[in-house]
Ligand binder design. Structure first.
Ligand code: OSB
Ligand code: MG
Length: 376
């Protein structure tokens, strides 16, 4: 594929309600979309950075900088045999996985269209339906959280994840568990605790949780191994796992028993597939995490979640839980038993609503080779 056109744009989208994690509250998303054309075929990717460097070191603005100043100028006009060649071409750029993933994933969309197959099949996906759960933000009080959980269960979601932080943990979990003794329930701390909190975290053991996600330091696998040896609840790593080597290390050290795979955090479909392979070989369940994505990122998540290592319900849920209006057609919907069907048509299998995207765009930058006509 000869890369003829790259368009970077930032869109502004407002979540239907604010989402609170241990690191802050988000409502107004600033999302960077990448559109790439090769041999006349257009593909889309989404950068899954937060607006602030509080989940990981990347932000909307750092991703823009890395793509605008390094990736796009070096990629334009190049000829790639396959999307899977992209990681090697950008090896010289350290880190910035979310920025890279947005570009690589657009190339995967192109390749799938060129081959006339759905992206999930090109990736090697085998699951025709993916299992869905929801991630619920920190709330004012346990009562309102229990009500919210009830709503989500009614919609069919197969697993409920509660965001927690010190002071907003045991009482919320206890209230939800009391009301719903048998559901698959997990918690996500986004690195809000210290190793010294082990005795406190041990109190979560009595709630029969599926997992506790990323309790400790975002960059420290070893401390999680120390914690895992002191608590019964399975640790799931999110922030700590940036590639397949990290996944292998974490499993070998006993730092986790479950892994959350995020396409952006690991740098795109190529590496996500390798992380998933490591998990599968070691019989460690994996699932697809979310970053409050627009439809484009969501649909890439659906494709990834069809790989055979994704054995637990992910944080991939319906468009309408996030947005009044999503930017893809159709919107992502979830069946009454909490599944999403893998799409049938080539590429992403959903159409990007270009007019909606244009309306939400606040800045753009493009690169093109000479004598190429640009999509309207
Ligand atoms: O840790 O999984 C996380 C959202 C933003 C940043 C980090 C996380 C999350 C979520 C939301 O849990 C998942 C979603 O619904 O997209
Ligand atoms: Mg998480």
């Amino acid at each position: 594929m000869k890369i003829e056109f790259i368009n970077l744009r930032e869109i502004k989208m407002r979540l239907r309600s604010p989402f609170e994690t241990s690191f802050g509250v988000t409502q107004d998303r600033r999302i960077v979309l990448v559109e790439v054309s090769a041999d006349g075929v257009t593909g889309w990717g989404e950068i899954t950075t937060d607006e602030t460097p509080s989940y990981n070191p990347e932000t909307t603005q750092t991703a823009w900088h890395i793509i605008s100043d390094f990736i796009a100028p070096s990629l334009i006009g190049n000829n790639l045999a396959a999307a899977s060649d992209f990681p090697e071409r950008t090896e010289g750029i350290r880190g910035h996985h979310m920025a890279k993933a947005g570009v690589e994933n657009a190339l995967w969309d192109i390749e799938a269209q060129q081959r006339g197959v759905p992206l999930w099949k090109l990736l090697g996906g085998t699951l025709e339906q993916i299992a869905c759960g929801v991630s619920l933000g920190i709330r004012e009080n346990p009562q309102s959280l229990v009500k919210k959980v009830e709503e989500e269960l009614k919609s069919g979601y197969q697993r409920i994840k509660l965001k927690i932080k010190p002071g907003k943990d045991l009482a919320s979990v206890a209230a939800v568990r009391k009301q719903f003794p048998d559901i698959r329930l997990s918690v996500d701390a986004n690195s809000a605790y210290r190793l010294e909190d082990a005795p406190h975290l041990k109190e979560l053991d009595e709630f029969n949780l599926l997992m506790i996600e990323q309790p400790l330091y975002w960059d420290d696998i070893h401390s999680h191994a120390k914690l895992q040896s002191q608590i019964k609840t399975a640790i799931c790593l999110d922030e700590c796992i940036h590639n397949a080597r990290h996944a292998a290390t974490a499993i070998e050290l006993g730092a986790c028993r479950i892994i959350n795979i995020k396409l952006g955090r690991v740098g795109g479909h190529s590496e996500a597939r390798r992380v998933q392979d490591v998990c599968r070989q070691q019989s460690v369940p994996a699932w697809c995490g979310g970053m409050l994505e627009s439809g484009i990122g969501r649909v890439h998540n659906i494709a990834m979640s069809t790989l055979p290592g994704f054995t637990l319900p992910g944080d991939v849920s319906a468009s309408h839980r996030y947005w009044d209006e999503d930017i893809i057609d159709p919107e992502v919907t979830v069946s009454p038993n909490g599944t999403i069907a893998a799409p049938k048509s080539p590429g992403l299998g959903y159409t990007v609503r270009r007019s909606a995207v244009n309306k939400l765009t606040v800045r753009q930058e493009s690169w093109k080779v000479d004598a190429v006509s640009v999509p309207a």
